[in-house]
Design a binder for this molecule. Sequence first.
Ligand SMILES: O=C(CO)[C@H](O)[C@H](O)COP(=O)(O)O
Length: 221
Amino acid sequence: MSNTEQGKKLAAQAAIEYVPAGSIVGVGTGSTVNYFIDELAKIKNRIEGAVSSSEASTQRLKDHGIEVFDLNSVNDVPVYIDGADESNENLQLIKGGGGALTREKIIAQLAKKFVCIADETKLVDVLGDFPLPVEVIPMARSMIARELVKRGGQPVYRDGFVTDNGNQILDVHNLRIMEPAKLEAELNDLPGVVTVGIFALRPADVLILGTADGDIRKING
Ligand SMILES: O=C(CO)[C@H](O)[C@H](O)COP(=O)(O)O
């Protein structure tokens, strides 16, 4: 297993301590979260079930025999565990590399505590080296792309990819995101934008990083 994969797995294992007994756990999407789901399966008798941010995670949870609830039937999500493509020291994130950003943001908003898990390479000084995913309504794609160009970005259509919500993704290159919350709010306001992959208005509460030397590092927000 590579150092990166080892880091993801260590972070995922460390996140288990944040899962309260008897709870419905918010579950994100991605390769790091897949390790978390495998860990969650080991304690499945101690939880009530999960709410899931993607069809892929739902399938993996069900394969492990973990009940997945419709979010509309759930009032209380004590903890949401998810990965990230980048995080800064303020626990503001870029997410959506896997295209699940909209459902991820919905569950993060509802959750009392958002625990982000990642390998240490995801921690950056300034967000934006990772192309920023923006989920858009298909008919608005070109208009939004032009708006993104006006803001200095270079949007690339994620051709052939359709989100779980039936929408499309623009991956925006060349951004150096100095004010993440401001840019998130500004892009949220464009008609046709479904979700911006900046998680700054609701950042993570805890970041758990798995390191190359087999350790973990925690940053609290
Ligand atoms: O936001 C996400 C999916 O939409 C993922 O959390 C993000 O892409 C990180 O994925 P991985 O754990 O595979 O590196």
